[in-house]
Design a protein around this ligand. Structure first.
Ligand SMILES: NC(=O)c1ccc[n+]([C@@H]2O[C@H](COP(=O)([O-])OP(=O)(O)OC[C@H]3O[C@@H](n4cnc5c(N)ncnc54)[C@H](O)[C@@H]3O)[C@@H](O)[C@H]2O)c1
Length: 383
């Protein structure tokens, strides 16, 4: 039975990320003041096996379908989480938005700039639908703390910024090919489309849009085995380094972004490092409990302080503040922000909302310019 405080959700795409949402929704009681709760009532995947896990684990599910149109036709479903390969974003997101249901989409929010623009056009025509894009890592307490410092102007004049997201499982040349290694399904951006919006979430939130980019893109593993063991081309960019020039109304500074599928030793390392004249700070999920910062006053010592961050993110939970925070906690916090915004709009209970469609547009502008920069060996202007 739906409660007054429930938002009925359909999930389209029951793979890795679909399951993460299901798990977050199942432990929503972890939040101290949960407000409205997500309740998954319908699932859709072209693979029946992918849906079995949901049916076995979620008692509220009453619609199981291989055709997403059937899910969108259900008037009781208020919101959809859509986590499908990138080549499907455009058509599915557009259909979801036109159905009048709120949408949490996935990055890169369209396989390329054209697809992203088509989605944003439909969003403009449907202003009553809340549309956001998933990005959970800024909800780690250390990252959240850094956002608070940026918001309060604690860094003074920004000297430089580095942000990135590094993986390493693709170092294994025997890892079979999947849709993420093919241009037709993942897009020409490669690792930028896959990892880039995560690195950009905090910079874009605070208006640090590059006005130019010089990109270095790298393919490391050129062939992988398919399911039959035949070697097939691995088409997408594995690693990207983007040297950006940021100009805001009051500041001008360099920002280096890196997205790497092949960074030896890094499982899922997301980081941000900000150097400023009054404070510098650094957070990495490699060291998820700690945030490092260096406050500075004229003539005083320059000493890094390492703070064990309490389990404190955007939304309070039942977890004691001395305990550790992890990936699935970030996912839960992100879903709390999305549901809070559906229920309360701009009056949500804390300021860090999920990635907006406009922020995805800026990421597409940057990645498209980065492809051009690599192709032409030039710095490409974004203004
Ligand atoms: N936020 C994050 O941290 C994060 C992490 C990984 C992936 N992602 C993003 O999530 C999205 C999905 O990635 P994933 O890793 O979950 O992929 P996945 O391959 O594990 O799951 C995708 C699912 O979509 C299903 N599907 C394909 N076509 C469909 C259709 N027409 N209708 C319904 N279902 C269909 C597939 O059968 C599969 O089960 C991508 O956009 C990816 O970039 C985000």
């Amino acid at each position: 039975m739906a409660g007054r405080e429930d938002i009925s959700f359909g999930v389209i795409g029951c793979g890795l990320m679909g399951r993460e949402f299901a798990s977050a929704a199942a432990r929503y009681l972890h939040l101290k003041n949960p407000g409205v709760r997500p309740r998954i009532v319908a699932v859709c995947d072209t693979s029946p096996e992918a849906m079995d896990w949901f049916v076995q684990n979620i008692p509220d599910i009453r619609l199981v379908t291989q055709d997403y149109h059937e899910l969108l036709a259900d008037p009781e479903i208020q919101a959809v989480y859509c986590a499908v390969p990138h080549n499907l974003h455009e058509q599915l997101y557009i259909d979801i938005i036109r159905s009048g249901k709120h949408l949490m989409g996935e990055k890169p929010f369209g396989i390329d700039q054209r697809a992203n623009r088509a989605i944003l056009d439909v969003i403009e025509q449907n202003p009553d639908v809340l549309v956001r894009c998933s990005s959970e890592l800024p909800f780690f307490p250390g990252a959240y703390q850094i956002s608070e410092w940026i918001r309060s102007g604690a860094f003074g004049q920004i000297i430089e910024v580095e942000a990135g997201f590094w993986h390493s499982s693709d170092l294994d040349p025997q890892k079979p090919i999947n849709w993420k290694r093919r241009v037709a399904t993942n897009g020409e951006y490669g690792c930028m489309g896959d990892l880039g919006l995560h690195a950009l979430h905090i910079p874009l939130r605070f208006g640090w849009m590059p006005r130019s980019v010089r990109a270095l893109l790298k393919k490391v593993v050129n062939e992988r085995p398919d399911r039959e063991g035949h070697m097939v081309p691995c088409e997408t960019w594995d690693n990207a380094i983007l040297a950006c020039d940021v100009q805001t109304q009051t500041q001008e500074f360099p920002m280096v972004l890196s997205m790497k599928r092949i960074a030896p030793g890094h499982a899922n390392t997301w980081f941000i490092r900000i150097m400023g004249t009054e404070m510098s700070a650094e957070f990495s999920t490699k060291n998820p409990k700690q945030v490092a910062y260096l406050p500075y006053q004229s003539g005083r010592e320059q000493a890094w302080r390492i703070l064990d961050t309490p389990y404190a993110s955007a939304y309070q939970t039942i977890t004691g503040s001395i305990f550790e925070f992890g990936f699935s906690d970030g996912i839960l916090q992100m879903w709390a922000a999305f549901c809070d915004e559906i229920a309360n709009g701009s009056k949500m209970s804390q300021p860090f909302y999920c990635v907006t469609p406009q922020e995805t547009k800026l990421s597409h502008d940057l990645f498209t310019a980065a492809l051009k920069s690599h192709r032409t060996n030039q710095t490409v202007s974004l203004v």
